[in-house]
Design a protein around this ligand. Structure first.
Ligand code: DON
Length: 560
């Protein structure tokens, strides 16, 4: 019990700051790390002690999360790693997003009548896209790290072999998804057919062997050899459509991140196939066009919601994998376009155009995982990783212990029909062989003369508005207490469904009445959402701080 209490206490969000006596902000005075699991943050600490840099730590943290948070991300999934290299300022986004299998086609989740088959893109092997995380880890270690991949994977292999301790979050997400589990997932994550007790130990020995294979052979350790052949045979036996060709063809892509300026801040965020950077820029450009920060609070809220609505509308209409469709990014990011989009603003809520009647189901709980790192050289990593829904497709491949994602649900199964996050879309995000599904994951850097911040969060479609609110808190409200930034109560609008979702502590009654009077529809979320992890380097004081969301079980740490 003492062990459990210790674990729970250590998982509370913490902020630790320190400064050197003399303010010299050319390099940070140490490291700052925030991740969604204490064992992952510990892995970063261990890597620093081995002489690794932020990029090695990113590999170790990603791999550790894939073991200790099997409901959120994993080597059976993908993600985006936003990197800043201090020595030359080089910035890139490693796109390790999953790809649709080559046998995928646009109507694969529809029945003979053209209707979406319920759960088909969510549960089981057919919902799984080709994983990208193993390729991304091998690439980051090789190109940007100082340590061998085998060293950076050591903490994850240990956690897989020795086990991690069940906490309340694992319990609630297991309970939520257990009905979709295949036999292997049930054996691994349940106690009989029950959710395990808090404090129970979950060991994943097959996953440890798979990670060892990657440690030995790098990229090929996952995409070739016995791991690949086991995955393909497991998936096809269970009705999936993976082939060895899919695995052999998988490659990460380095993409130029989306960059923008908001007031005195520069920001850098995720590029397509994440919608994050574009949607974030559009919202900020609109707020800037009307100088929203100069308005009184109610108008500010109203304008922020209207900017969200308009940017998410464009997401639905225009955004998808730019390797497959053409996206007029220059136009979408232009100040002129933002000005024109927000010019229809009135005192009243704009009616979101209706594409089709939407199914209003929303995701329960938080999965996916974000971490933020700054090392003592000033290298930065912000990474958001996912297997999509809690425990992905619920399908664990026997023999490899890999939990397969259900990222195929991020595609549009049918134009106008909402996915699990209520998002709609059309052709731009239709399923095509080898295409990457449109994402909302938004690892982001924010920088002014005063500070550098790295932030991000899980939360499906709500990720981008969470990042927006955090950025506004830093820039408009000059908040430098990063714990307050991640703890901020949240609200969200995504064009359709046409309502503002908000955490119960985000608005008081006066605010909800005032918003209603302007024609906004409101929907309170009893459960808080998101699990933001952020680090901040205060350049004026040369001080580091790190914060893990009060809503989660993560841990933040700063050391010299
Ligand atoms: O890529 C995306 O946008 C989603 N697959 C992320 C899912 C997520 O954040 C789930 N968290 N609630």
């Amino acid at each position: 019990m003492a062990e459990v209490m210790k674990k729970l206490l250590s998982s509370l969000a913490i902020v630790i700051c320190f400064s050197t006596t003399q303010a010299d902000s050319s390099k940070p005075p140490g490291w700052a790390v925030a991740s969604a699991h204490p064992l992952a943050t510990e892995a970063a600490y261990w890597i620093a002690a081995q002489g690794g840099n932020a990029f090695d730590a990113a590999v170790a943290v990603s791999a550790a999360l894939s073991v200790a948070e099997p409901m959120s991300s994993g080597i059976g999934g993908g993600g985006f790693w936003l990197l800043h290299r201090a020595k030359d300022g080089y910035e890139t986004m490693v796109d390790g997003r999953e790809r649709a299998p080559l046998k995928a086609h646009k109507d694969m989740y529809l029945d003979e009548d053209g209707e979406v088959v319920p759960q088909a893109s969510l549960d089981g092997a057919l919902a799984a896209a080709i994983p990208g995380e193993p390729a991304a880890l091998a690439h980051i270690a090789h190109k940007y790290g100082r340590l061998d991949l085998s060293i950076s994977l050591t903490p994850a292999i240990k956690i897989a072999a020795n086990g991690f301790t069940v906490g309340p979050r694992f319990q609630s997400l297991t309970d939520f998804r257990k009905s979709s589990f295949n036999n292997k997932a049930r054996r691994l994550f349940l106690d009989g057919d029950q959710v395990p007790d808090v404090g129970a130990i979950i060991r994943q020995t097959e996953l440890a062997s798979t990670l060892e294979e990657i440690a030995k052979h790098g990229h090929q350790g996952f995409y070739a050899g016995w791991v690949a052949s086991t995955l393909v045979s497991e998936v096809t036996t269970a009705g999936g459509i993976w082939t060895q060709r899919d695995l052999s063809a998988y490659q990460i892509v380095e993409r130029t991140p989306v960059r923008g300026v908001y007031r005195d801040a520069k920001f850098v965020s995720a590029a397509l196939p994440s919608s994050g950077g574009i949607v974030l820029s559009q919202m900020l450009n609109m707020l800037q066009a009307v100088e929203a920060w100069n308005q009184e609070r109610m108008s500010q809220l109203h304008i922020t919601v209207e900017a969200m609505r308009r940017a998410y509308r464009d997401r639905a209409l225009y955004l998808g994998d730019a390797d497959f469709i053409s996206v007029n990014q220059a136009k979408l990011l232009s100040v002129e376009y933002a000005r024109q989009r927000i010019s229809s603003l009135t005192d009243q809520a704009t009616d979101s155009e209706s594409l089709t009647k939407l199914d209003d189901k929303t995701a329960e709980g938080e999965n996916t995982s974000h971490f933020s790192i700054i090392d003592d050289q000033g290298n930065r990593v912000g990474a958001t990783l996912s297997i999509n829904y809690p425990f992905g497709s619920g399908f664990v491949s026997a023999g490899t212990g890999v939990v397969l994602n259900n990222e195929m649900d991020d595609f549009v199964s049918k134009p106008g029909t909402a996915n699990v996050y209520g998002l709609v879309g059309g052709k731009a995000n239709a399923i095509q062989p080898g295409k990457r599904p449109l994402s909302s994951m938004s690892p982001t850097f924010v920088e002014t003369e005063d500070f550098v911040a790295v932030l991000g969060t899980p939360g499906g479609s709500r990720i981008i508005t969470m990042v927006l609110l955090a950025l506004l808190e830093l820039v408009d409200n000059h908040q430098r207490d990063v714990q307050k930034v991640v703890n901020l109560p949240r609200f969200h609008h995504q064009y359709l469904p046409d309502h503002i979702t908000y955490e119960s502590d985000a608005f008081d009654q006066r605010t909800t009445s005032a918003l209603r009077a302007r024609g906004h529809k409101l929907m309170v979320r009893e459960r808080p959402y998101g699990d933001m992890q952020a680090v901040l380097w205060n350049l004026r004081r040369n001080e580091l701080s790190a914060a893990s969301d009060r809503r989660g079980e993560g841990s933040a740490r700063v050391w010299q």
